[in-house]
Design a protein around this ligand. Structure first.
Ligand code: NAD
Length: 492
């Protein structure tokens, strides 16, 4: 492969299909630098033709990938982890430039991507079926088979991380993928595809579409050559995609948004809880599906927690992602910045009080200061709708029952956390929160080894760990008659 620098915004922007760069023929799409608001480059939407070519390439890619032994596939995936490590610096630089992520966060995410390939490399030759003691004279066994071609659609908030997160288990299970990252952040996923080929994954096993949702994405998720869809993005798009795929009887996994409750009891280590609350909502400029966007604080500690969090927020350095001192970068795109402004403005009109004061940030680009809103009630729009920005709504509660009730009073169910000094309470509340991930005296730790996914409007199906791997295979049951005089069955 050429050096990663080749994939910096420029003439090479396009889709990666069957090992080749394929230019689109659709409408022009601007790739905009979130730090400056300037256009980095313009590429043509990979519309129907590119999608059809990618699915055809993936069909052939799956065949070639499955011809390799499971161990050889594992070795290629392990090598892919090493390729990602070897290119970590330019890859993080690319991600920081296009997604607007502070360089150190981008570097940490690239390291996680390497881990994902290394973890699933180990699973490639360890997916066995079972022998089932059926009550007949048959030998009955199961095989975990890959689906074939997987369509994956990902958002702009963590493109390389989300790409690795879904490509790794799909490949480990023996599938090929056609992945469509967000139109505003396609490049780092193209790099992953190129690195996969450098590691020994056959061309066609990983294809990347640089294109728009309503054109390329919509065609991909209902394509007759696609066997499963895995979508990471907003609930509104997820609903549309699941409905479209269902009409074609294509199964889906949906990893959607959240409005996670971060619950602080008065008996918690308040310093840790405040630091954790800041990381929960401000890292990544709040553009995280698991962001701790509702801060529920027991009334005795409410004033102190809100004040200390606001002080901490006001000290955060908001700046260009490539600067060493930056802690929070820009939002990734202008519509998102406008949405955050609009939601905070509406919250203020509804009675929320902004406790944060600092206005220090670059004059240009899509920057937004970390914001703490107090005097919010849980039924307010700012506490019910996903902001996807560095804005936390602080809500007081009286006791454990009320904390759990407020945490669950949302359509979402992605994550939550509890900060307390009481071990019994920690487990009770962890069990009481209706969400796919709960942290105790911690926030936002996730790892490829542990399952991740949503309850309710946060989606269905799981990613990561063995649960995530299982989404990429289906069981086949094989019945072998061992008695040639056994009666032949006419019914079940
Ligand atoms: P989005 O739903 O607008 O877009 C996500 C992807 O869907 C993009 O690639 C887009 O091009 C594509 N798309 C749009 N319309 C489509 C269509 N009709 N058919 C097929 N594809 C289509 O989401 P976004 O604004 O990019 O990302 C933010 C959202 O993603 C937030 O809600 C966030 O919580 C969620 N998210 C969830 C997770 C998770 O793991 N649960 C992780 C990251 C982000």
């Amino acid at each position: 492969m050429d050096s990663v620098e080749t994939y910096f915004p420029g003439s090479s922007t396009g889709s990666h299909v069957g090992g080749e760069l394929l230019s689109g023929t659709g409408q022009a799409v601007d790739l905009v630098d979130p730090t400056t608001g300037q256009v980095l480059t313009t590429y043509a939407d990979g519309g129907a033709d590119v999608v059809d070519a990618a699915v055809a390439a993936a069909t052939e890619g799956a065949r070639r990938w499955q011809q390799m032994t499971a161990s050889a596939r594992g070795q290629a995936l392990w090598q892919l982890g090493q390729e990602v490590r070897a290119e970590a610096e330019p890859l993080a630089h690319l991600e920081a430039t296009v997604a607007g992520k502070p360089l150190r966060d981008a570097g940490a995410e690239v390291a996680k991507v390497a881990e994902m390939f290394e973890y699933y490399a180990g699973w490639a030759d360890k997916q066995h079926g079972e022998v089932i003691p059926v009550p007949t004279s048959h030998l009955n066994y199961t095989i975990r088979e890959p689906y074939g071609v997987i369509a994956q659609i990902t958002p702009w908030n963590a493109p390389v991380f989300t790409g690795g997160w879904q490509i790794a288990p799909a490949l480990a299970a023996g599938n090929a993928v056609v992945i469509k990252p967000s139109e505003s952040t396609p490049l780092s996923t193209v790099v992953l595809a190129r690195l996969a080929e450098r590691a020994g994954v056959p061309a066609g096993a990983v294809n990347v579409i640089a294109g728009l949702g309503p054109t390329a994405g919509a065609r991909l998720v209902t394509h007759p050559g696609v066997n499963k869809v895995v979508f990471v993005g907003s609930p509104a798009t997820g609903r549309r995609i699941a409905a479209a795929a269902a009409a074609e009887l294509i199964p889906c996994v949906l990893e959607l948004g959240g409005k996670s409750a971060n619950i602080v009891f008065a008996d918690a280590n308040i310093s840790r809880a405040v630091g954790g609350a800041a990381a929960a909502i401000f890292s990544g400029a709040g553009q995280s599906c698991v962001a701790g966007s509702r801060l529920l604080v027991q009334r005795q500690a409410y004033a102190e927690v809100v004040e200390r969090l606001a002080e901490l927020a006001d000290r955060i350095t908001v700046g260009p992602p490539l600067s060493e001192s930056t802690q929070v970068g820009p939002l990734q795109n202008k519509p998102q910045l406008e949405r955050v402004r609009q939601m905070v403005g509406a919250a203020a009109q509804a009675g929320a009080r902004a406790v944060t004061k600092s206005t220090a940030m670059p004059a240009h680009g899509y920057f937004y200061r970390p914001t703490v809103l107090a005097d919010v009630t849980n039924s307010d729009a700012i506490a019910q709708q996903e902001v996807f920005g560095p804005v936390v709504a602080a809500i007081p509660f009286e006791d454990e029952d009320e904390a759990i009730a407020l945490a669950n009073d949302t359509r979402f169910g992605l994550a939550g956390a509890v900060w307390t000094g009481g071990v019994e309470r920690a487990h009770r509340v962890a069990r009481g929160i209706r969400a796919g991930t709960v942290w105790v005296n911690s926030y936002k730790t996730i790892n490829v080894m542990s399952p991740f996914g949503g309850f309710a409007d946060s989606g269905f199906g799981r990613s990561s760990g063995t649960d995530g791997l299982a989404e990429y295979t289906q069981a086949k049951s094989v019945w072998v008659e061992t008695d040639d005089e056994a009666p032949l069955a006419f019914g079940y």
